[in-house]
Write a protein that binds this ligand. Structure first.
Ligand code: KG4
Ligand code: ZN
Length: 336
């Protein structure tokens, strides 16, 4: 079964054709990062308009690369939640148009569930339930328990910002540009992660819920000297490197601690990690080390499939369709 996946929930317009939930026949991702860069983050109205401009060329390119005509597609899978509502509607309208014109099933996909599925997609052996999933991106920082791979149950979440947002804000404080995740990662190279002692972004020290507002403010106060008796910190190359490294270390520490606490509490044997921040090298290293020490199976997506893509949408679409069938054309988009 060849499924055309469509993703437009934030600032990437993506389409992909995946066969039977696993074999990737084509994938296209058109990022809007250059358009949003001068605003320091995605601007919802601009995102919707940009999706509208490229959605059809992106879908056509995905079909072309798979060497398929539209009528050779067996079903359409599309992100319909959560995300920027105007952005979601563009992908959803396109998917409905194809479904109606070709008389093919329409499958509405949850973006977060797709990140979890996508993380294990390249592995020929799916993880044994129950397993824990950490989804860590610009819009989400949550832990899930999966007894059923199609029904993630939320067990931990952020009380305020997502990890990716904190990366973006701290990068902006340090004058490193957007998107913040890759910018912080680059700046942190060779920095001293122990020079500034930022607390891990956990709501309570022993819990599995997150809070990123404290660490963001701590970095701001340390750099500006505000609310402390310290002088402002000059943004020299060395200082920026050390703040970036210390911030990244604290965030990674919080994510790793909470994830393995959730694994332990639920007697899970595997941890799946997805979302844009899963591209972070330091996070990947720490997760790999910790998983090895505890003999826990770790499933990580490749770096390029950590960020938003349509392969994960088409992939999950196959399994959802097998189990629950299609949605009808009244399928709606939801921001959360
Ligand atoms: O999953 P994604 O593409 O979109 C959402 O669903 O939010 O994630 C985007 C987020 C951005 O906040 C970006 O800064 C972060 O992922 N990100 C990273 C890295 N690459 C992307 N964060 C930390 N380190 C990275 N290397
Ligand atoms: Zn995402």
């Amino acid at each position: 079964m060849k499924i055309l996946g469509i993703e437009s929930s934030c600032d990437e317009t993506a389409a992909a054709v995946v066969e039977d939930g696993r074999r990737v026949l084509s994938e296209v991702v058109r990022s809007q990062i250059d358009i949003h860069r001068r605003f320091g983050g995605p601007v919802p109205e601009i995102a919707s308009r940009s999706h509208l401009e490229v959605i059809l060329p992106v879908i056509e390119e995905a079909l072309e690369r798979a060497a398929l005509r539209p009528d050779q597609i067996d079903a359409l899978a599309v992100t319909h939640r959560p995300g920027l509502i105007g952005a979601l509607l563009v992908g959803l309208a396109a998917a409905k148009a194809f479904a109606l014109a070709l008389d093919r099933p329409l499958i509405g996909i949850d973006h977060v569930a797709a990140h979890i599925y996508g993380a294990g997609m390249d592995d020929p052996n799916p993880p044994e339930p129950p397993y824990v999933a950490l989804v860590v991106s610009g819009g989400h920082t949550s832990l899930f328990l999966l007894s059923d791979p199609l029904a993630p149950v939320s067990i931990g979440r952020t009380a305020d910002d997502a990890a990716g947002e904190a990366f973006d804000k701290v990068a902006s404080i340090l004058g490193l540009g957007y998107p913040g995740g890759p910018a912080i990662e680059r700046a942190a190279q060779g920095g001293d992660p122990a020079r500034f002692r930022f607390k891990p972004p956990l709501l309570s020290p022993q819990g599995i819920d997150f809070s990123f507002s404290g660490i963001k403010t701590a970095v701001l106060y340390r750099v500006t000297g505000r609310n402390s008796r310290r002088e402002p910190l000059p943004l020299s190359k060395e200082n920026v490197r050390d703040v970036a490294a210390s911030f990244q270390e604290a965030v990674v520490d919080g994510l790793v601690q909470a994830s393995f606490r959730a694994v332990e509490a639920n007697r899970a044997r595997a941890l799946v990690v997805g979302g844009g921040c899963a591209a972070n090298t330091r996070l990947r290293q720490r997760l790999e080390q910790e998983a090895k020490d505890r003999s826990i199976r770790l499933l990580l997506p490749s770096r390029s499939r950590s960020t938003d893509n349509a392969v994960m949408i088409a992939g999950l679409g196959y399994h959802q369709y097998q189990r629950r069938g299609a949605d009808d054309l009244s399928l709606d988009a939801y921001p959360s």
